[in-house]
Design a protein. Structure first.
Length: 355
């Protein structure tokens, strides 16, 4: 039998992170610092831990909660829940997930939580999730991605890249970009500046929902938020934001200005990121793709050209103690995505935020 508990807000960051890192599919969105960074946007992190009878940890989940009038609570759990080890039977997973729902219900009122799992599809897991949770009517994000195994040599990684990518890398190598890697405020501002320039080039009015969160996330995650920026004559031409946690990392944002586009700086920036992360002992780098969205086909083709292994995650699942609230939230997501698509045009959306 497994029992869930909610940790106090005073529980230490190191203790939580060590439990997350002990999970096979540990993710930066389940890290203590990520949860704390979201307080600036009205979210309150709730951290749940599931223990077996012998006291060992079976699973965990960090869920961001936002309160609304009428005792309504909306939750968002990117990267959760996580398992220390995968139970041998799907019924065991179902029991653990049902227990999580029961614990969340103790918050009181009408509650809706959207989980977005980055656990790769495994036999029995999707069936277990479907018995404890519900599939959304409308997803926020894609469940497909590309995974780069950085344990491989750079030579091996290069052989998997398309001829077009290799040609652009050769072109970029003749330019002599200067590279800066870190998360200093100046690098954050250069990323924001390039993103604004990119929107202007693509004639996409407005910013995607997540974009305004970049500075707060970089400050909150500190060294786990990594910006790889290329410069030419002292001016930024391409910049990428990568979030890492332990030996795993995810591409988060990417922007290249007009000059950088002409000189293949975006290709060089991705290569530089792969190189740096490999040297820094990162094992896996994930990059989301959205093949169902025709607005980002060119962006997806760019990503695929770097040769990452296609991967499908468990993706999004809903838990709610109110059928009406679940319907309302899914309808709101549909309206939000429809409006966002009309505003964005070909905008390169890697992730959408939740409310």
């Amino acid at each position: 039998m497994a029992t869930w508990e909610v940790l106090s807000e005073n529980s230490g960051a190191d203790a939580w992170d060590s439990e997350v890192l002990a999970c096979e599919d540990a993710h930066v969105y389940q890290s203590h610092a990520w949860g704390e960074s979201q307080r600036a946007f009205g979210w309150k992190p709730a951290r749940y831990l599931c223990r077996r009878d012998d006291g060992s940890v079976a699973a965990l989940a960090q869920t961001l909660i936002k309160n609304y009038p009428g005792r309504i609570k909306i939750g968002w759990s990117p990267g959760g829940p996580l398992f220390h080890s995968y139970p041998g039977k799907s019924c065991d997973v179902e029991e653990i997930l049902n227990g999580l729902g029961e614990k969340i219900a103790e918050l009181g009122g009408k509650i809706f939580v959207r989980f977005d799992s980055y656990i790769p599809l495994r036999p029995g897991m999707e069936d277990a999730f479907s018995k404890a949770f519900s599939k959304p009517s409308f997803d926020l994000n894609s469940r497909l991605g590309l995974r780069f195994d950085l344990r491989e040599s750079m030579q091996t990684l290069e052989t998997k890249m398309s001829g077009d990518v290799r040609a652009n890398l050769k072109k970029a190598s003749r330019t002599g970009f200067q590279w800066k890697i870190g998360n200093e405020e100046a690098l954050v501002q250069d990323l924001m500046r390039l993103y604004g320039e990119m929107l202007s080039i693509k004639r996409a009015d407005g910013f995607w929902v997540d974009h305004g969160k970049v500075p707060a996330v970089c400050r909150g995650l500190r060294e786990n938020a990594l910006i790889v920026a290329g410069y030419l004559d002292g001016e930024p031409v391409s910049s990428s934001l990568i979030l890492r946690f332990g030996d795993r990392a995810v591409f988060r944002e990417r922007a290249t200005g007009a000059r950088g586009r002409r000189l293949s700086a975006s290709h060089a920036a991705v290569y530089k990121a792969l190189q740096y992360l490999k040297e820094d002992r990162v094992r896996y780098l994930d990059w989301v793709i959205s093949p169902a969205d025709p607005n980002v086909k060119g962006v997806d083709d760019f990503k695929k050209g770097f040769g990452g292994q296609p991967i499908e995650f468990l993706g999004e699942w809903d838990w709610s103690n109110s059928t009406v609230l679940r319907w309302v939230v899914n309808a709101t997501i549909w309206v939000m995505k429809r409006r966002q698509g009309k505003m964005a045009g070909r905008k390169a959306r890697d992730r959408l935020s939740f409310f």
